[in-house]
Ligand binder design. Structure first.
Ligand SMILES: CC(C)(COP(=O)(O)OP(=O)(O)OC[C@H]1O[C@@H](n2cnc3c(N)ncnc32)[C@H](O)[C@@H]1OP(=O)(O)O)[C@@H](O)C(=O)NCCC(=O)NCCS
Length: 156
């Protein structure tokens, strides 16, 4: 998909914090542990965002404030649990969700974001590379297997 097509998705999309009333609607179309994510968000441990096209939820992302230790940075907020409904993949929604998550990191004064991606999830790795994430060489557990620790430095 080209950049203009991706940009055309943006005006029809709204990305906002998940509320309790959203959870049943997310459960119908996405696989994440939404009630648990919301409980962690309410406790201040993470941000939990969902993307909507009108009344239709199309994706979610989380920022874990505890972060992951990264050499040279200390603990870095971790973006994770990124998921887009299968019918809408490739439309730029995943990229917009990562951008929204990065904005939350900036708003809290963060200067970098981390992502752990399963080594065999080549499609997601390509997406994160395109968005500026680089392999630190460190490894972390991800989805029960080996994960690559990626980091992006965020401009102010
Ligand atoms: C990874 C994921 C969130 C990307 O969302 P998306 O809205 O399709 O992302 P975008 O449209 O912004 O970017 C598309 C990129 O995602 C990647 N991608 C991953 N799976 C894809 C799919 N099924 N269809 C299209 N692109 C996919 C490609 O690298 C693509 O890049 P390209 O356009 O340069 O080929 C989505 O495919 C998904 O929910 N996958 C299952 C859950 C998952 O693997 N999450 C990541 C865990 S770290």
């Amino acid at each position: 998909m080209d950049i203009e097509t991706r940009a055309a998705v943006a005006p029809r999309m709204e990305i906002r914090d998940v509320t309790p009333g959203d959870v049943p609607r997310l459960e119908r179309v996405l696989t994440g542990a939404h009630a648990q994510q919301l409980a962690n968000a309410v406790a201040g441990r993470r941000a939990f965002l969902a993307a909507w096209r009108g009344e239709e939820p199309v994706g979610t992302v989380v920022v874990r404030w505890t972060g992951v230790p990264v050499d040279g940075h200390g603990p870095v907020p971790e973006i994770g649990s990124l998921e887009v409904v299968p019918a809408r993949r490739g439309d730029g929604i995943g990229s917009l969700l990562v951008a929204a998550a990065e904005q939350r990191v900036r708003e809290r004064g963060g200067t970098a974001a981390a992502i752990v991606v399963a080594q065999d999830n080549r499609d997601a790795r390509r997406l994160y590379e395109r968005l500026g994430y680089r392999d630190t060489g460190a490894r972390r557990a991800a989805d029960g297997g080996a994960g690559l620790l990626l980091v992006r430095t965020l401009a102010g």
